[in-house]
Design a protein around this ligand. Sequence first.
Ligand SMILES: NC(=O)c1ccc[n+]([C@@H]2O[C@H](COP(=O)([O-])OP(=O)(O)OC[C@H]3O[C@@H](n4cnc5c(N)ncnc54)[C@H](O)[C@@H]3O)[C@@H](O)[C@H]2O)c1
Length: 307
Amino acid sequence: MERVLVTGGCGFIGSHIVDKLIEKGYEVGVVDNLSTGKLENITDKNVSFYDCDIVTHELQDVVADFDPAFIIHQAAQASVPVSINDILLDADVNIRGSINLIDAARKNNVEKIVFASSAAVYGEPKYLPIDENHPINPQSPYGLSKHTIEQYLKMANHLYDIDYTILRYSNVYGPRQDAKGEGGVVAIFADKLSRGENPIIYGDGKQTRDFVYVEDVAVANVAALHSGSKKVLNISCSTKITIKELLNKMTDLAETDIEAIYEKEREGDIRSSILENAETIKQLQWAPKTSIQLGLEQLMGKVLIQS
Ligand SMILES: NC(=O)c1ccc[n+]([C@@H]2O[C@H](COP(=O)([O-])OP(=O)(O)OC[C@H]3O[C@@H](n4cnc5c(N)ncnc54)[C@H](O)[C@@H]3O)[C@@H](O)[C@H]2O)c1
C-alpha cells in the first residue's frame, strides 16, 4: 500500500483529499497544527495524525517517521487579507514552511509532491478564460508566496529529482468549509441563510467566479499522484456564475426570500475570473463532475439539516 502524507489534512480541502485516499486504499498520514483545521474532519481511525507545525524542525521527524512515497501539500495560511495584513506570517507558513517540507521530502526520498496553488498567482486577468500560460502577476503576498513555492518545486525537481504537480485552484466550495474568518463566499452565504440573516454582496453582484466542488478537487489531487508529472494545472469547472446568480440559487434551495444587502465594492476584488481546465482534463484524465447546481444542493442539504 502506498503511503501519502497530507499536510493540512484536517482542513476543508485536505480532509476531503484524505477521504478519497482512504477510499482508494492508500495509507494516509496527516500533518496539521489545527490552526484552522479540525480533528473531527478526519473520521477514519487508520489515519496517522501528527499535530505539527510545518514551519518547525519537528516536521523533519514526522516525514522520517511516516516515510511517505508522496506528499500532498495543502497546509497554508490560506487567506488573502491575512497575507496583506501580516506579510511575515504568510511568508513564514507558505514559503518557509513549504521549503521545510521540500527539504524533509529530499532527506526521506519522497517521490513526488502535489502542491495546492491558487488562481491568485495570475492577478488581474489579461484575458479570459485564464489558461496556465497566462502571465503571473500576483496582487497579494498570498499569491506571491504560492508562486514562490511553485518555483522552488521546479528547482527541487532539477536539484533533487523530486517529481511535482502544481494544481492552481479556482474558488473551491463544499461541506466543511469554514464560514468564519475569511471563508469562501458560498460558505458565508450558506451560514447567513441558515441563521435567517441577510447575506452581504460587495459591489453590484455582477462580478463572476468559477466555482469548483471540493470533492472534484480531492479527486484531482489523488489523480495527480500518478499523472501530471512536472505540470502546472488549473483546477476549475471553467464555467462562470455571477455572485447574484449564486445567491439566487442558494435562496431557492433554502426556500427563503431573504434578500442581499449591497455594500461598496471591496478594493482589490477581481471583476471576473474563469480558469481554463482543458489541459488538466487531458493530463489527469479528470473532469469536474459536480455542476454548481448539484454542488449547492449537496451543501445546502447538509447546512440546513445541521441548523
Ligand atoms: N479554498 C479555496 O477556495 C482555495 C483556493 C485556492 C487555493 N487554496 C489552497 O488550498 C489549500 C487548502 O485550503 P483550505 O481552503 O482547505 O484551507 P483550510 O484553512 O481549511 O486548510 C488549511 C489547513 O492547513 C492547516 N495549517 C495551517 N497552517 C499550518 C501550519 N503552519 N502547519 C501545519 N498545518 C497548518 C490548518 O490547520 C488547516 O487544517 C491551501 O493551501 C490554500 O491556499 C484554497
